[in-house]
Design a protein around this ligand. Structure first.
Ligand SMILES: [Zn+2]
Ligand SMILES: [Zn+2]
Length: 115
């Protein structure tokens, strides 16, 4: 099991998203991998279409500061009714693009699996 980097929910498999984390860019100049679950990947896709700006200190995925950020709505589990809560995350443009790539990779894999 692994925890989603956005909502923190544990899943057997996560969708890999390649981001440019500025704090480790000297060690990983080509980017590092984050894992997010399918629900959050879908939320990122919607955020990419809607592009709602959000005020936040840094990107919740790669940690970049002083970049334009966009709102991503994810639901996190809680221990009371209704057992989940909608929260807003802030994602930078480059991470939104990385999510789109991850979605496209998944779709390609699904097509492959059909043959
Ligand atoms: Zn998630
Ligand atoms: Zn980012």
């Amino acid at each position: 099991m692994a925890d989603c980097n956005l909502c923190g929910v544990s899943r057997p498999t996560l969708c890999p998203v390649k981001v440019n984390d500025p704090s480790v860019s000297s060690a990983y100049p080509t980017g590092t991998w984050r894992g997010i679950n399918e629900e959050c990947l879908h939320s990122c896709h919607e955020a990419n279409l809607n592009r709602v700006p959000i005020r936040a200190k840094k990107c919740d995925l790669c940690g970049i500061k002083n970049a334009p950020l966009f709102q991503v709505k994810v639901s996190v589990p809680i221990f009371q009714e209704p057992y989940h809560r909608a929260i807003s995350k802030a994602i930078c443009e480059s991470c939104l693009g990385a999510c789109e790539e991850s979605i496209q990779r998944r779709e390609a894999e699904k097509k492959e699996a059909h043959h």
